[in-house]
Design a protein around this ligand. Structure first.
Ligand code: NDP
Length: 444
């Protein structure tokens, strides 16, 4: 059995009931075969892949908090510090009822390669809790965030581990967590990113993941002799990534006709009204059903459905495994040209393969949504030098990072004979830097 297959088998046996983690490991290791097979003896001797798939540290803790009626609740908190070969652990905190150790491990594992691809000195980590901020009062969210940080603060710091936002963790949650960290540790430092502008946040961080997604799609289309001008785009999600992906796509001349949340989806043939979407989701924290009060001609449908709408470009920006094989078939039948993942692992393995074999340009999340973490690293730089850069400065750096990233993964794919396969390109390019750093630092 090949070394790659051996390690995949062991990961499945040793981490039972963690299907998302198995999926992420399989996807990465499968595409690393050309590199691993060429160095099999040395990698096996050094247990390189075992060291890569085992987190350096995983922390699981109790998070008790009191609701507005005086009832005590207990959630579970996680922080997986996966790999610090190229810098302090960096990765978001997900607050969603579906969160479990396997999901945090899949996200942390992906994060290693994504962070490496940004070209910036950040290692991989991820955390979160099964707490659901939806429907909670501000005071309840604060109580949870304070309790969560009371434990987490023992393990993080500006030079060790710098968490950020993710699903369910936006500016409000980061603010409460930062306040609690500062109170307990007595230091004002860049321990979290995605902070508010009045206390060390970076301009353009809110927009970064969605904007970055469009910068890399634009570069890819340009390299294939196409542009975004006049293209029809479908987007899933209506959160941080989706909103700013829609905004930038429309600024670049495309028409975005869908968005969704976990209850339903919108089809607006005239193009999504971003100002209305921001008001519903960012200001009023409402459901998408409200969209029709702003745009009576738009359609609201319960359940899933955006992938059935005819489009040139599809951008899944909600959550993992939201685009399956049947969805991919509909997209191909409707003539889709490109799919780029704003979310982490939104496309199943079968759907990815179907899209690629049908000639669709497919950009995996670890490359396509790396703009968020890249800008978080820029926030860390600004915190370290106690400076603020302008929106334009940050946005320009973000664009430069995404354009470089595209060429980096494109070149890696070409170098190993997989031209146009950006999944292979991203995994290999991300892996090479991490392995180089791990080898240089010895067996630790
Ligand atoms: P938000 O919480 O802001 O938004 C998530 C959106 O996806 C919401 O519209 C939400 O709907 C929907 N959603 C979440 N879970 C599900 C589900 N199980 N089924 C259907 N819809 C769902 O999160 P973000 O926009 O920040 O994150 C979206 C994705 O992008 C995630 O995969 C995240 O890991 C990834 N990502 C985020 C980055 C960032 O900077 N924010 C950076 C890189 C990746 P509802 O409100 O109804 O739950």
């Amino acid at each position: 059995m090949s070394y790659v297959d051996e390690v995949i088998e062991r990961v499945i046996a040793e981490n039972p009931n963690e299907p998302e983690f198995h999926q992420a490991v399989r996807e990465v290791l499968d595409s690393l075969r050309p590199v691993v097979d060429a160095n099999e003896e040395a990698f096996r001797r050094d247990a390189l892949l075992e060291r890569l798939v085992n987190p350096e540290r995983q922390i699981k803790f109790r998070v008790p908090w009191i609701d507005d009626k005086g009832q005590v609740h207990v959630n579970t908190g996680y922080r997986v510090q996966f790999n610090s070969a190229i810098g302090p652990y960096k990765g978001g905190l997900r607050l969603h009822p579906s969160v479990n150790l396997g999901i945090i491990k899949f996200l942390g594992f992906e994060q290693i390669f994504k962070n490496s691809l940004t070209g910036l000195p950040i290692g991989g980590g991820k955390g979160g809790s099964d707490f659901d901020p939806k429907g909670k009062s501000d005071r309840e969210v604060m109580a949870f965030c304070q309790s969560f940080m009371s434990e987490l603060c023992k393990y993080i710091g500006a030079d060790t581990d710098v968490p950020a936002g993710d699903i369910g963790t936006g500016a409000r949650e980061i603010g409460y967590m930062f306040g609690q960290y500062k109170k307990l540790r007595g230091v004002f430092e860049g321990v979290l990113t995605g902070k508010g502008l009045s206390y060390g946040g970076s301009l353009a961080r809110t927009e970064a993941t969605g904007y970055g997604l469009l910068y890399i799609v634009e570069e890819m289309m340009k390299c294939h002799g196409q542009s975004l001008e006049g293209k029809t785009v479908v987007v899933s999600g209506a959160g941080n990534v989706a909103i700013y992906a829609i905004e930038k796509a429309q600024k670049l001349g495309a028409k975005v006709v869908t968005c969704s949340d976990s209850n339903g989806w919108i089809y607006d043939p005239e193009g999504i009204d971003v100002a209305a979407l921001k008001e519903i989701k960012e200001v009023k924290r409402q459901r998408l059903t409200e969209y029709k009060t702003y745009r009576p001609n738009a359609e609201y449908h319960e359940g899933k459905g955006v992938w059935g709408i005819k489009c040139d470009i599809a951008l899944p920006c909600a959550t993992q495994n939201e685009l399956g094989l049947e969805d991919a078939k509909k997209l191909v039948a409707n003539g889709v040209v490109a799919v780029a993942e704003g979310a982490n692992m939104p496309t199943t393995a079968e759907a990815t393969e179907y899209l690629q074999t049908n000639g669709v340009y497919f950009l995996p999340g670890k490359a396509a949504n790396a703009g968020g973490v890249a800008t978080s690293a820029l926030e860390m730089s600004q915190n370290s030098e106690r400076m603020h850069w302008t929106f334009e400065q940050v946005d320009e750096k973000l664009k430069g990072i995404m354009v470089n990233l595209y060429h980096n993964i494109d070149n890696a794919a070409k170098k190993y004979g997989f031209e146009g396969n950006y999944v292979v390109g991203a995994n290999i390019a991300g892996f090479e830097k991490v392995v180089d750093a791990m080898n240089a630092q010895g067996i630790v």
